[in-house]
Design a protein around this ligand. Structure first.
Ligand code: URA
Length: 216
């Protein structure tokens, strides 16, 4: 969990029902940046040397494999989160997954039926790092289906999940899925909220992130 005060303050404003659509969307973009910066800690760095304009050498570091990142957005709420991540992973390739809950079947045992409506992904190879973005991970059903879809497309070296709020139920489901698929995944989130209501919303949560970000 990213407990940086900057991230926590943005999350607090996102939870506030009074903020505008623009403030909400911009808040998600800012959190995308923060999550990206935290993820970079897991990348290998190599020492290097550069010559400064003063003609002297300065020692420094380069981050390895930043150019081998693919960001896969679960539309539509995660779009602004991805926008923030792209500021950090500026060479990233991008893919999208459009998934929707089959609402009419309702929620049974904290499990929604998920229908994948559209998938478009770049090539994923053994040296790719995949960042899957999904703002609100309530039941974990969408993430499970998305991970299966991703693995079918090609196995990556490493997977990250970038989210704003997850629930304990979702985390344990994702853990099981990760074990089954045999992949290496780290979840980055700004909060773990305790409950899900009978309509599948995280409580206390921040409401419908897609509607709030896009004004619909
Ligand atoms: N999607 C949302 O936008 N909000 C939730 O609380 C759960 C899923």
């Amino acid at each position: 969990m990213v407990d940086h005060p900057y991230a926590q303050a943005i999350l607090t404003s996102l939870r506030d029902r009074r903020i505008s659509q623009i403030e909400f969307r911009k808040g998600l973009v800012r959190l995308g940046r923060v999550l990206g910066l935290e993820m970079v800690r897991e990348f290998d760095v190599e020492e290097c040397e550069v010559e400064t304009p003063l003609g002297v050498k300065a020692r420094g570091v380069r981050i390895r494999d930043l150019d081998k990142v693919t960001i896969v957005t679960v539309l539509r709420a995660a779009w602004p989160l991805t926008e923030g991540l792209v500021k950090i992973f500026y060479n990233a390739k991008q893919g999208v997954i459009v998934a929707r809950r089959v609402e009419e079947k309702g929620m049974r045992d904290y499990e929604f039926d998920i229908e994948i409506a559209y998938v478009k992904l770049p090539e994923i190879t053994q040296d790719t790092t995949v960042i899957l973005t999904d703002v609100m991970v309530a039941t974990g059903s969408t993430v499970r289906v998305a991970l299966r879809e991703l693995v079918q497309h090609g196995r990556a070296r490493k997977y990250f999940l970038a989210s704003v709020i997850v629930t304990p139920i979702a985390l344990s489901k994702i853990r099981r899925e990760v074990e089954e698929l045999g992949i290496d995944l780290t979840v980055y989130t700004v909060a773990i909220d305790p409950d899900i209501n009978d309509r599948g919303y995280i409580v206390p949560g921040l409401g419908d992130a897609g509607d709030r970000a896009f004004g619909s």
